[in-house]
Design a protein around this ligand. Structure first.
Ligand code: XMP
Length: 516
């Protein structure tokens, strides 16, 4: 499949470049900026993009592209630091400016170049740089200049290299996507072959080749990633070969286990192991209020239950499937990938059995090339139900981290019911899809209230609703007040144990999304 290779020098927007290219239905792949080209398969690469960077080309530890990038004969587009690399590496001069050029700046187009085909003179571009071009390489000429008189775009005469000082990948640049499209399609000649149908087909062939006739085991959480992974396995392999295991911890959302079962059966699952482990989890959690201890008890129980069940169902050798996404995998100096990894490894339960599979390389990851929105699209094509695809994230330890204080069967039942009331109301009011994650939390206090002439002490529920891109940071969802007041009153009417409802107005940071 025609590919645009992105050399990542650590810019925060490298992931955005990759996504924009993919939105053009062209496959893009991010590799480390100083990676050796000889170690990569370049047979389908049509063009190379050099990303931005927090570094200056003059830094002692500045990342330097492999010289064969310039000798490969492939068209190259340098963005920001990438442009400065092109200049610095070809005899031009890059210097620090007195004043940073930051924010919007209009570009005056001074020369014709296919990169700017269809762009209007004076288009608004987004700048973020401290260094600038002082002298062009001999072989290069100016294509545009910013309104502050600094080079905005330069092109080489003899070689197919072009560089821009602004960031076409951010939405602040007018028609920035057209610049990327001009590079990928007009200059590099990449064909638009990246569709989820093509991906499913290619991944199916890969899975068949990797797995052979071994059984494949996938641990299901009920979330989007594991469900779409299951759909991909079931589409690619004979269903008898695919073993799906889901542990019902008793800490799940309302009717979640039935929903998971229905969803997977609809996808044609033959070996589906739904493990009812509520008793094991509740007894491990009995008497524990400390959040860290709770997580430890849950983690240990998970490993114990999971490993016993795996041994019981699959006695021989097997391949393990995981729902790892591209953002979890991409190595990036400061980008999303690195942070996502830290969060995942922090949250994920470490099981010796699974670690051993990883070490032995007996793992397949059918979503490894995909971003979250692509996973949703693939899921839809593979027949995963829409409500599963749009479902808010749910943490592994489940309701246990939303029940502050001791976790008991009764408190689980109350929170599950209240959370369901809240989520159902959000859906009916058309708010659910506007919110990245919403849930109810049961607080460890009781609060005084009046019902008729009686004073009584009821439970306190906190409602949470946040907007986010990836869970790393989050904003409070600006709840329309009338909806919030109505939902509060519906909760206290329907669940008489609840005496008070509060709304959490903390963003992340400094708060986290979950309460524990
Ligand atoms: P926090 O609370 O860290 O949550 O701001 C960020 C995102 O991660 C989810 N989360 C977890 N997911 N195991 C998980 O699989 C966990 O232990 C865990 N803790 C938090 C949280 O729901 C949010 O989407």
């Amino acid at each position: 499949m025609d590919t645009i290779l992105i050399l990542d020098f650590g810019s925060q927007t490298t992931q955005l470049i990759a996504r924009r290219i993919r939105e053009l239905s062209i496959y893009s792949r991010i590799v480390p900026g100083d990676g050796r080209l000889a170690d990569m398969d370049l047979s389908e690469v049509k063009g190379i993009i050099l990303s931005g960077s927090p570094h200056s080309v003059h830094d002692a530890d500045a990342p330097i592209p492999d010289p064969s990038v310039y000798e490969s004969g492939l068209p190259v587009l340098g963005i920001c630091y990438g442009l400065q690399r092109l200049v610095h590496d070809h005899g031009g001069q890059v210097e620090q400016q007195q004043r940073r050029e930051y924010g919007r700046a209009r570009q005056q187009i001074t020369g014709g170049h296919p990169l700017f085909e269809g762009m209007e003179d004076g288009f608004v571009s987004w700048m973020s740089h401290g260094d600038s071009i002082e002298r062009l390489p001999q072989d290069a000429e100016l294509v545009s200049e910013s309104e502050h008189g600094l080079p905005g775009c330069i092109a080489f005469r003899e070689r197919n290299f072009v560089g821009i000082q602004f960031h076409p990948e951010v939405t602040h640049t007018e028609a920035g996507t057209l610049v990327l499209e001009n590079f990928a399609v007009r200059i590099a000649g990449a064909r638009r072959q990246w569709t989820m149908d093509a991906y499913a087909e290619q991944m199916s062939a890969e899975l068949v080749a990797r797995v052979g006739s071994s059984p494949v085991l996938l641990l299901i959480s009920g979330g989007v990633d594991s469900t779409v992974t299951a759909a991909m396995l079931l589409a690619a392999l004979p269903p008898e070969q695919v073993h799906l295991m889901y542990v019902d911890t008793g800490l799940m959302r309302y009717r979640e286990t039935e929903e998971v079962r229905r969803g997977l059966e609809a996808l044609g699952a033959k070996h589906l192991y739904i493990v009812d482990a509520e008793e094991a989890f509740l007894s491990a959690l009995a008497g524990i209020s400390d959040p860290e201890e709770k997580r430890r008890a849950i983690g240990d129980t998970f490993v114990r239950v999971q490993e016993a069940e795996i041994r019981a169902h699959i006695p021989g050798d097997y391949v393990l499937a995981q729902g790892t996404l591209y953002t979890d995998y991409v190595e990036s100096g400061r980008g999303v990938g690195e942070k996502a990894r830290v969060i995942k490894s922090h949250h994920n339960v470490r099981s010796p059995l699974i670690e051993a599979k990883r070490d032995a390389g007996e793992v397949v990851e059918p979503l490894i090339h995909l971003y979250k929105d692509e996973v949703r699209e693939l899921g839809a094509r593979l027949g995963v139900r829409d409500d599963i695809i749009r479902r808010h994230p749910f943490p592994g330890p489940g309701l246990a981290v939303r029940i502050l204080g001791e976790v008991t069967r009764e408190r689980c039942a109350l929170l599950r019911q209240v959370d369901n009331t809240y989520i159902t109301e959000l859906k009916e009011r058309g708010l659910y899809d506007e919110i990245w994650q919403a849930f109810a939390v049961l607080l460890p206090i009781r609060s005084v209230g009046v019902a008729g002439d009686e004073r009584g002490y009821g439970s306190v529920i906190a409602l949470r609703a946040v907007g986010s891109r990836d869970g790393m940071t989050a904003d409070v969802y600006p709840f329309p007040t009338d909806h919030l007041l109505e939902i509060s009153s519906i909760i206290t009417n329907r669940h008489p144990e609840v005496g008070r409802v509060v709304y959490d107005v903390s963003s992340k940071p400094p708060a986290t999304i979950e309460w524990e």
